[in-house]
Write a protein that binds this ligand. Structure first.
Ligand code: PMT
Length: 236
């Protein structure tokens, strides 16, 4: 009989790219995320037979084939799109349990802005001779909100660290109630944000795996395979 793909019948929700937080009609704050890592993960999940919803901030990448792509701009919009994709009850198919979550696995790969300008300024800020002070307020933490749902999906976070990688990643794993965390080693040039390659160290409760340095497409296959295996172990 044919072998079932690892993610058959699984719905995977993935975030990718940066968010933009609007300051005024012509300005925003953001970061250097290109979306490459998250898009590679979406492709890997499709290759492993999964149904994929990709919630993406503004990037310059084509929509991966076979992926349900939801474009967003701000962290607030990403939060709303993720919660809808994760929580909405199953509406089609033979599933009759309407309380069942619509998501098996959530992966937060987006570089979400932690802060947004306190108030949106309706007109372009004019320059003057004095200093300009902007006040920022906290954005919602998407990853933490998903992980703290009553019946959360298998939740995977990312962490960008430059030192004590294992310590900080394991702390984030526990604090945010994650099933797994993938720590980028961003201390080396040419890895992490806006590059072709990355280096990932993955941690879970009482375990871990170093996936080494590789192209993001290759790392995405390794990470998705590991996620599928650990998720399968959890649901036995
Ligand atoms: O997009 P690329 O150019 O390919 O680069 C990939 C990457 C380096 C951006 C990616 O691999 C990565 O590390 N993404 C997460 C970067 C990040 O913002 O890390 P953080 O330590 O600030 O956040 C930790 C986790 O919480 C992340 O899973 C993040 O998605 C999530 N988060 C953070 C803040 C927030 N308000 N909501 C969140 O969900």
């Amino acid at each position: 009989s044919p072998i079932e793909p690892l993610l058959a019948n699984r719905h995977i929700v993935i975030t990718a790219g940066p968010t933009r937080e609007e300051i005024d009609p012509v300005r925003f704050i953001s970061n250097h995320s290109s979306g490459k890592m998250g898009y590679a993960l979406a492709k890997a999940a499709v290759a492993l037979g999964g149904r994929v919803t990709l919630v993406s901030g503004p990037v310059n990448l084509p929509r991966p084939a076979g992926v349900d792509l939801i474009d967003v701009v701000s962290a607030e919009q990403m939060h709303k799109a993720v919660m809808t994709a994760v929580i909405n009850p199953k509406v089609s198919g033979t599933q009759s349990d309407s309380m069942q979550l619509n998501c098996d696995i959530f992966i937060g790969c987006a570089a979400v802005a932690d802060y947004k300008p306190q108030q949106k300024i309706e007109q372009k800020i004019k320059k003057s001779d004095t200093e300009l002070t902007l006040t920022f307020t906290r954005n919602p933490d998407i990853l933490s909100d998903v992980a703290h749902l009553a019946q959360p999906p298998f939740t995977v976070g990312f962490a960008a660290e430059t030192q004590d990688v294992a310590h900080y990643a394991q702390d984030k794993l526990k604090r945010k109630k994650l099933d797994m965390i993938a720590a980028n080693d961003v201390s080396q040039a040419g890895l992490g944000f806006n590059s072709e390659q990355n280096a990932l160290n993955v941690y879970w409760n009482n375990g871990g795996k170093n996936l080494g340095v590789a192209d993001k497409s290759q790392l995405a296959i390794s990470l998705m395979t590991l996620v599928a295996q650990r998720h399968a172990l959890k649901t036995i």
